[in-house]
Design a protein. Structure first.
Length: 72
């Protein structure tokens, strides 16, 4: 069993309420955008003071609950 699965099971065994919910990438386009950006970036941890170009429209899409596929 993969190490991450073991870690998840260990966390779930603690005395707390745990709920795991899957969200399709189409329903969280901002996170998908950032994940794709991270895979093409070797700078490590980065903090932006303002939204990146291209993500502002995705934030609006999330507010409107309208989803579409973005290719980065």
């Amino acid at each position: 069993m993969g190490l991450i699965i073991w870690d998840i099971r260990k966390l779930m065994a603690w005395n707390w309420d745990v709920r795991i919910q899957h969200t399709y990438m189409e329903a969280n386009v901002c996170a998908d955008f950032m994940a794709k950006l991270a895979t093409s970036n070797d700078q490590g941890f980065i903090v932006w003071d303002v939204p990146l170009e291209g993500i502002a429209s995705l934030l609006l899409v999330g507010q409107l609950r309208t989803y579409f596929h973005i290719v980065v």
